[in-house]
Design a protein around this ligand. Structure first.
Ligand SMILES: Cc1ncc(COP(=O)(O)O)c(C=O)c1O
Length: 469
């Protein structure tokens, strides 16, 4: 981690003495895995210079970390992070249902809508002809690729079915795109925050993510600066109901950003996984690829239908098709034939399913907002027009501590830094709209109790030890 990162990660809140603020900041990073066990902290002099504080402040901060069991100081090898349990940092899974004793807010994935069984029955009618084949369609069955191409056509983006490569969910599509555009050490520009799965895919190809902050909208000047400095060959964007902020990129900005990316010879990966989750009935701008024909666009049925149907896809410009198909083949042999039949069956009559899903998410959004306003009025949240989540602003940089306190109260959270390549977003929390409305009241009650724990600095258990928040 370079020194600019440390500066971004350790803003010093005024309400704490400097040394304590530094110690708590570092401990928060160790708690949520941003600093692994054994990570070496910068020298006292370097960190003091980076943060603009005295060297004594850092000496005391490191002393505090050593005394509380979060760091070890060795002559000659500096100060390194240790975890009090001697085990791994507590992990915050993004896969729902891993812990059944808790309300799980760590993933944004909903239950299947009521029409799903009928869609599956519809698909089974076509099964006999599929069984009469080998069952492998590594780039997608023609019946489904045609439906997807028509869906793009209906949105103003003329598409040939041959441009579509079907995958087992959008996450696989993201990986295929990253593998086809990036190699080790190469750079890709992303928003901060962004979808953690994309950050994982970037890590898997050992490329480097360069973050541009996304607060109330896309900062085109910030993107220009990042592109100029990084010379990145690829960018990852979620313009349609961005995960986790729910933001929608206006049409004019799509054209501006597309022009900018083209001038910098940077290929956009456009993730449209959430495009159908239009909770406020907004008029949607044309797909990003209308403004930039070089874009690789990703789609999925996981959010508008159900995550259990593992169907996603890439829409490729013809010039990239061979490379993308090759990567897709290297990473797997395509989506299940049965799931592809279900996906085609969904496209036969998508509107009622979409309306049910969108109605459910909009009701959950309104319930969350009312409950939060009631019990946690000091938390700030902009009502999202679409997507799967609320992106809450906490009054303190304590997202990781909150996740830890919540877990002892049987509530699973994903701390804000998980949504950021530069591990900022320490004052942010994502709350999923996929939680059934009748559970939201209880979830907010537990959130409020956990927040009280953080504010009052209680001790919570980490493995065999107890730490003060
Ligand atoms: C932006 C984005 N891309 C991709 C995915 C992964 O979707 P899938 O379940 O289709 O793999 C998600 C899931 O939350 C997402 O939010």
């Amino acid at each position: 981690m370079d020194i600019d990162h440390w500066r971004a990660l350790l803003p010093l809140p005024e309400e704490l003495p400097g040394y304590l603020a530094v110690a708590r900041g570092i401990r928060g990073m160790a708690m949520d895995g941003r600093l692994g066990a054994g990570a070496r902290l910068p020298s006292e002099r370097t960190l003091a210079l980076a943060l603009g504080v005295s060297r004594t402040t850092i000496t005391r901060a490191y002393g505090e970390l050593v005394a509380s069991g979060w760091a070890r100081a060795r002559q000659g090898s500096g100060t390194t992070v240790i975890l009090p349990t001697g085990e791994r940092a507590p992990s915050f899974p993004l896969i729902p249902g891993l812990r059944t004793d808790a309300i799980d807010l760590s993933a944004a994935a909903g239950l299947a809508p009521s029409g799903t069984a009928a869609i599956i029955r519809g698909a089974l009618e076509w099964l006999p002809s599929t069984l009469n084949s080998a069952g492998y369609e590594p780039f997608g069955a023609p019946h489904l690729r045609r439906r997807i191409a028509d869906w793009y056509g209906g949105r103003g983006l003329a598409t040939d079915p041959d441009q579509i490569v079907v995958t087992a969910g959008a996450m696989t599509a993201v990986s295929v795109a990253m593998h086809s555009l990036l190699g080790p050490g190469e750079r890709i520009v992303v928003d901060s925050p962004t979808y953690p799965g994309a950050l994982g895919a970037i890590e898997a190809v050992r490329a480097r993510a360069v973050s541009v902050p996304l607060v109330t909208g896309w900062d085109v000047a910030g993107w220009e600066e990042a592109l100029r400095r990084s010379k990145a060959g690829a960018a990852y964007l979620i313009p349609d109901f961005h995960n986790p902020t729910g933001l929608l990129m206006p049409g004019g900005q799509r054209v501006e950003l597309a022009g900018l990316l083209a001038r910098h010879d940077c290929v956009p990966i456009i993730d449209e996984t959430l495009v159908e989750l239009n909770l406020s009935g907004l008029h949607l701008p044309a797909p990003f690829a209308v403004a930039d024909g070089r874009a690789i666009t990703i789609g999925s049925l996981s959010k508008v239908l159900w995550g259990g149907i593992r169907i996603g896809w890439l829409r490729c410009p013809p010039a990239r098709l061979d490379a993308v198909r090759t990567r897709a083949l290297q990473l797997g042999l395509g989506a299940s034939a049965l799931d592809q039949l279900v996906a085609t069956s969904y496209f036969e009559e998508a509107a009622p399913v979409r309306e049910e899903v969108v109605g459910r998410l909009a009701r959950a959004r309104d319930t969350w907002l009312a409950e939060l306003a009631d019990r946690l009025p000091e938390w700030r949240v902009r009502p999202p027009d679409g997507g799967l989540a609320l992106w809450v602003e906490l009054p303190r940089r304590a997202s990781s501590e909150l996740a830890l306190a919540a877990s002892t109260r049987h509530l699973l959270l994903t701390p804000g830094p998980r949504f950021s390549a530069d591990r900022t977003q320490t004052n942010r929390l994502r709350l999923p709209l996929t939680l059934p409305p009748d559970v939201i009241g209880e979830a907010v009650a537990r959130l409020a109790a956990a927040w009280d724990d953080v504010v009052s600095g209680v001790r919570v258990a980490v493995g065999r030890d107890a730490v003060a928040l």
